[in-house]
Design a protein around this ligand. Structure first.
Ligand code: SF4
Length: 739
């Protein structure tokens, strides 16, 4: 990289090309720097990990006189090896964001009005404890619901459990990855987890079904993807939009949205009919091949063609390409998979295909996690609620289990209805409830009914104006968080997050807020550790490393056993399902009276004049988390809506025109620019999620572009695990001046 390249140039380059390799860049200048120097200036390098998204890449913060000057990638990090994306480089713009929450605030105006007065931490925490205890006395501890997001929110999660509420929900489950993890757990006995253990660099065929890697950037995953392609992997991309990944594909399959299960059943049909499956592997490890074979017999490529809008010949050709490459076929299980309400079954179909190809636990397919023995900090017993969870997890939605991260939308519903019991207070920690939970109108209504709401965040996101109490958390660069103990890497590792500088203003780390809140609630016994060093020491003690060593390296990795042939007895059962085998036919689903094999159910088509609303990511943003970041907003200040030419013509809309989207329930979006392009089917409208913040205190992001969340006024709920299928809304497009 030229020494004349400015940071701005670098970021512009990484962000705007969105190409696979340029979305990732070894941190600007990192190779040229002598450790400990920045030009002539002596700097301290503090290893930590990034939180501009939740991939947690290894960083080195360059610190001088207590100030973070710059962030570079940590070459010691086993997964990300010194690479950061544009967002990772832009972390200092979050640190120095003038809009940050600076001190505790107590509401003085009406909910949503945005009027607050400054409070001391002592007063704020007293108020928190008093209001929570009042609610506990009146309604029981279960009347407090917790909405966390991010690793630092775990500390306050302990406060909530100790307080006695079982009600906690993150969008990561019902609005994102839950169905995928349940589908793979049912099939292989373990969830996919994050980072996804996909062997992209060793694959001979990579299959992406709605995964837009390259626009969805996680550094190590994009690097592995690019490496796989460089080594000659064939690429199959199933996507109604010509994504960045589709532009690299050998086969782009512009599928009719909602018909993925039909495509996968047809692929299974070909693999079985043409004996393209791994018979030896299935004989040894799987149950149910005979039943599956009978089941998929009618689902020929010709059957699937009119359902998917994909030619039978392409369906057959791609299935045979997978068969020829097996077991080195990496079928990416996806990440945000809450699409149509049949999402657990779609994940099951992906898992079954992976199994047919003998690709689970094999090189070039999906690799196996390697356990690490981390420490536990003994706590007093947690109180048990005799009322159970209000979100229906484990009962109404049987596979939203104890370990799952809860069902946000069901807690909203319980707040609105008072059923199964009243919910009267919300604690929202780092979760953007108005952008991440669908049916925003309902969420707002629920908030208005609350007796108490506290928001803990770094930035004044929209919901903070509705809170009774706002507590400023400091950024990831200013705090310790529990270490990342990552088992789903070929070499498992532990990586530290430590403060590179003191918290600015009166903001505080999540651990401190939780520990102090516990003290005010008389629950300090649940925080028996002294400080972050003590906490870290106890957690990593069984790994045989010292906390000083981890803190100076940033990350330490261990030998992994990623493939079946590497496994030892210590790793436990290969397939920890109910039967101890891969379950092509799910015994758990059968017992629960759900379909034990995936069933294709046609989805509604858009009404005349409407297109299906779909959404995704951009490489330089992490949804609404980053839109107020000046450097990233400079790269992409607002979103556009992609629409096909025929659909645009129906709405009388031209390329580059400002338009408004109106959904099937008459709800309208904010104005947004139209991108009229052949690169999307005419029955779809696509936008990047997270823009259109209605938060005046976020001065960079306020009212830039449009949010898709208000348009998602309908959902289809997955009956197995309670995920909210959100690709079931339709929009028409109107010129903004006519709207
Ligand atoms: S992918 Fe980018 S934003 Fe996410 S953790 Fe890595 S560097 Fe940070």
């Amino acid at each position: 990289m030229s020494s004349k390249l400015t940071r701005r140039d670098f970021l512009r380059k990484t962000g705007t090309t969105a190409a696979i390799t340029s979305a990732i860049a070894t941190t600007a200048g990192a190779q040229m720097l002598q450790p400990g120097h920045r030009g002539d200036t002596r700097v301290e390098l503090v290893p930590s990990n990034c939180e501009m998204c939740f991939w947690r890449c290894g960083i080195l913060a360059e610190v001088k006189d207590g100030k973070v000057l710059k962030i570079q990638g940590n070459p010691n990090h086993p997964l990300t090896q010194g690479k950061l994306c544009a967002r990772g480089n832009a972390g200092t713009a979050l640190l120095n964001d003038p809009d940050r929450l600076k001190y505790p605030l107590i509401r003085t105006g009406a909910r949503g009005e945005g009027k607050f007065r400054k409070a001391s931490w002592d007063e704020a925490l007293d108020l928190l404890a008093t209001r929570l205890n009042d609610i506990k006395k009146k309604y029981g501890p279960e009347a407090v619901a917790y909405f966390p997001h991010g690793v630092s929110s775990g500390f306050f999660g302990t406060v909530m459990k100790a307080f006695g509420t079982p009600n906690s929900a993150e969008p990561a489950f019902a609005q994102c990855r839950g169905a995928r993890d349940v589908g793979y757990q049912l099939t292989f006995g373990r969830p996919v987890n994050s980072p996804e253990p996909i062997d992209l660099e060793e694959a001979k065929v990579i299959v992406l079904i709605g995964s837009h890697i390259g626009e969805n950037v996680f550094t190590s995953q994009v690097t592995a993807f690019a490496e796989g392609l460089k080594r000659g992997a064939k690429l199959i991309v199933v996507d109604p939009r010509f994504s960045t990944a589709a532009s690299k594909a050998d086969w782009w399959m512009p599928i009719r949205p909602g018909s993925d299960i039909a495509l996968m059943l047809a692929w299974m049909n070909v693999l079985i009919a043409e004996e393209g499956y791994d018979a030896e592997y299935l004989e040894k490890y799987a149950l149910g091949l005979k039943e599956l074979s009978e089941y998929v017999k009618p689902f020929t490529p010709e059957w699937a063609e009119p359902l998917t809008d994909l030619s039978a010949s392409m369906i057959r050709e791609t299935a045979l390409a997978m068969a020829a490459a097996r077991p080195a076929v990496a079928i990416h299980p996806g990440r945000h998979v809450s699409w149509y309400g049949d999402d657990t079954q779609r994940a099951r179909a992906m898992a079954i295909l992976t199994a047919l190809l003998g690709a689970y636990g094999r090189k070039g397919g999906m690799f196996l996690p390697t356990k690490l023995k981390s420490g536990r900090i003994p706590l007093p017993p947690m109180p048990e609620s005799d009322k159970g969870r209000a979100d229906g997890g484990g009962s109404k939605f049987p596979l939203a289990s104890e370990e799952s991260q809860g069902l946000t939308q069901e807690l909203v519903e319980a707040t609105l209805t008072g059923q199964p019991y009243p919910i009267k207070a919300w604690i929202v920690f780092g979760q953007n409830v108005l952008e991440s939970i669908p049916q925003r109108q309902k969420t707002l209504k629920a908030i208005e009914q609350l007796e108490f709401m506290a928001v803990i965040d770094v930035l004044p996101v929209e919901q903070s104006d509705y809170a009774d109490l706002v507590l400023p958390e400091c950024t990831y660069l200013e705090r310790y968080d529990p270490p990342a103990i990552v088992t789903t890497a070929k070499r498992p590792f532990v990586a530290v997050r430590q403060a590179a500088c003191e918290p600015m203003y009166e903001s505080k780390p999540g651990w401190w807020i939780a520990k102090q809140a516990a003290k005010h609630l008389g629950l300090e016994g649940y925080f028996p550790w002294q400080d972050p060093d003590d906490h870290l020491r106890r957690l990593i003690a069984p790994l045989g490393i010292r906390e000083s060593e981890l803190k100076s390296l940033g990350a330490v990795s261990f030998a992994g056993r990623p493939y079946i042939e590497d496994r030892t007895e210590d790793d436990g059962p290969l397939f920890p399902t109910q039967s101890g085998k891969i379950e092509l036919v799910s015994s758990v689903l059968k017992d629960l009276k759900f379909d034990p094999l995936p069933v294709y159910v046609p989805q509604d088509s858009p009404p005349e004049g409407f297109a299906r609303l779909i959404y995704g990511r951009a490489p330089m943003h992490s949804f609404a988390r980053s839109e107020n970041n000046k450097w990233l907003a400079d790269l992409m200040p607002e979103n556009q809506v992609w629409i096909g030419p025929a659909f645009a013509a129906k709405g009388g809309v031209r390329e580059g025109q400002k338009v408004v989207l109106q959904n099937q329930d008459g709800i309208r979006s904010a104005p947004i620019y139209a991108r009229v392009t052949e690169a999307i089917r005419n029955d779809c409208a696509y936008m990047v999620h997270g823009f259109g913040a209605n938060a005046p205190k976020l001065r960079e992001a306020h009212r830039k572009g449009a949010s898709d969340t208000p348009l998602i006024s309908r959902v289809k709920v997955d009956p197995i695990m309670g995920g909210t299928g959100m690709r079931v809304n339709f929009v028409r497009v109107l010129p903004a001046e006519e709207a």
